[in-house]
Design a protein around this ligand. Structure first.
Ligand SMILES: Cc1cc2nc3c(=O)[nH]c(=O)nc-3n(C[C@H](O)[C@H](O)[C@H](O)COP(=O)(O)OP(=O)(O)OC[C@H]3O[C@@H](n4cnc5c(N)ncnc54)[C@H](O)[C@@H]3O)c2cc1C
Length: 426
């Protein structure tokens, strides 16, 4: 039960019991049951049942090191559902973007920091999926991460190159035997200090994005060093700063040689941003589920506080915005799933349009998550600020969503470029 989370009990027993994971899932399901296709709704419920059992089995308080849970979640096939992974001899059903959205909803309600940490492993899985070329070493790493046996981190950002990611300073020097030596420093990698596998981008010539390459790296290799840095808003999630000193990458682990890294970096961005959208929408629903239950039970002036317009009306507003963004997200997921089913790949033109769509949804959902989580906590008064529920985790995590995966301003920049392109078509 969520109420076991806090050190000192602030919320009364009957409300804490109503705020159980099971009830919050029920609130979400009632909202989505008439919208979702049966296969997706049934997958959502199956994933939820797993997390309800998991929480009960281990008496989870959500103060634990969530990385210890990942192997069991992996065995259940809940690390990612973007692909069915038949290349690995697996056959996940259902799979695709809608299924991934469902997986994220179920995971986030259970534990938002776990959901974000697992999401970073997915960011490593996706590029290997595109570039494994049936090489045994890559397939092995892929399977280990998909099954939750190993953790992944994606290394793009550097101390001096954040938004300007293309002009990297981390270098890669190709050797005569086809291996590469990587030197440089990366920072803010989700899972960085816990990762077993990393996908690293580096350039043959500093500041020259055209010379970028992409590597898969085993973090136990000599030359990899990671420190855990502190992001106080997500205290249980590991975020790392990594130093590479003559880190030698054998040819089997080169996912994209010099010159191909930049296009590999960009090809993954739409998927990455949509993954962040799922996370943001899930955080908003999670906060709403808390506030709606709480406001229907908490009494002041002898009335349930939901009945005061000052509480019920703003809560309805947050609900309406979350539902609207959920419908938009489901729609784009459906379009992508349909195209992939019919064509096996996304047409180039569609992918280009998706760049603006992914930025629109990413920027709006990040803003939504931050607002909804804050408003819901605010409407719960002290119960929203104390540590008895997941609201505290939601408040912290929703504050960083505008930064990762390209900041708010970078999304606005991408969208304004698209507006210029649209104008030129007139
Ligand atoms: C919790 C967390 C997890 C992360 N996980 C990962 C990860 O897994 N892998 C990874 O590689 N990175 C990760 N990042 C890094 C993240 O992608 C970067 O923080 C982000 O790209 C911004 O880079 P920066 O922090 O250097 O900020 P800067 O680029 O220095 O930006 C500072 C400010 O300037 C603004 N700005 C910069 N350029 C422009 C411009 N041209 N026009 C207008 N405004 C501009 C930015 O929007 C921002 O507001 C993570 C970050 C956080 C906080």
């Amino acid at each position: 039960m969520v109420g076991k989370k806090g050190k000192v009990q602030c919320i009364e027993d009957s409300i804490l019991e109503k705020l159980s994971l099971k009830n919050r899932y029920k609130f979400l399901n009632t909202n989505l049951m008439s919208i979702l296709k049966p296969e997706h709704f049934s997958f959502l419920r199956k994933s939820q049942k797993f997390f309800i059992r998991f929480e009960e089995k281990y008496n989870i308080t959500h103060n634990e090191d969530f990385y210890d849970w990942i192997p069991e979640i992996g065995k259940e096939g809940l690390i990612t559902r973007v692909h069915n992974f038949d290349d690995l001899g697996l056959n996940f059903e259902p799979f695709g973007m809608t299924a991934e959205f469902m997986r994220m909803l179920a995971t986030d309600f259970f534990d938002p920091q776990l959901a974000m940490g697992m999401g970073a492993t997915v960011l490593v899985i996706n590029p290997i999926m595109l570039h494994h070329e049936d090489v045994d070493e890559r397939l092995k790493a892929l399977k280990e991460m998909v099954m939750g046996e190993k953790i992944g981190c994606l290394c793009i950002t550097e101390p001096e190159r954040g938004s300007d990611a293309v002009h990297m300073l981390t270098t890669c020097d190709e050797q005569d035997d086809g291996s590469y030596l990587i030197n440089g420093v990366k920072i803010y990698q989700t899972n960085g200090s816990r990762a077993d596998w990393a996908v690293i981008y580096a350039v043959a010539e500093k500041n020259n994005g055209n010379t970028m390459a992409q590597f898969l790296v085993d973090t136990s290799w000599e030359g990899w060093e990671a420190e855990r840095l502190n992001i106080p808003w997500t205290p249980r999630m590991h975020v790392g700063k990594e130093t590479f000193t003559n880190l030698k990458v054998p040819p089997e682990y080169v996912l994209g040689p010099t010159g191909q890294g930049r296009s590999h970096l960009f090809e993954g961005l739409n998927l990455e941003r949509l993954g962040i959208v799922f996370l943001n929408v899930a955080e908003a629903w999670n906060a709403l589920s808390h506030a709606v239950i709480y406001a229907n039970m908490r009494k002041q002036f002898d009335q349930e506080i939901l009945k005061f317009q000052g509480v019920g009306f703003p809560l309805s507003d947050q609900w309406a915005q979350t539902m609207s963004l959920t419908l938009a997200t489901l729609h784009i997921c459906q379009i992508i799933d349909d195209k992939l089913e019919k064509l096996g790949t996304l047409p180039k033109e569609f992918n280009l349009t998706l760049v603006a769509t992914a930025s629109q949804l990413k920027s709006q959902s990040a803003k939504l998550s931050e607002r909804v989580c804050y408003e819901c906590a605010n409407l719960m008064g002290g119960a929203g600020a104390c540590d008895n529920t997941l609201m505290h985790d939601l408040l912290g995590i929703s504050r960083i969503q505008e930064m990762g995966g390209g900041t708010r301003q970078i999304q606005q920049y991408i969208m304004s470029l698209a507006l210029r392109r649209l104008f030129k078509l007139l």
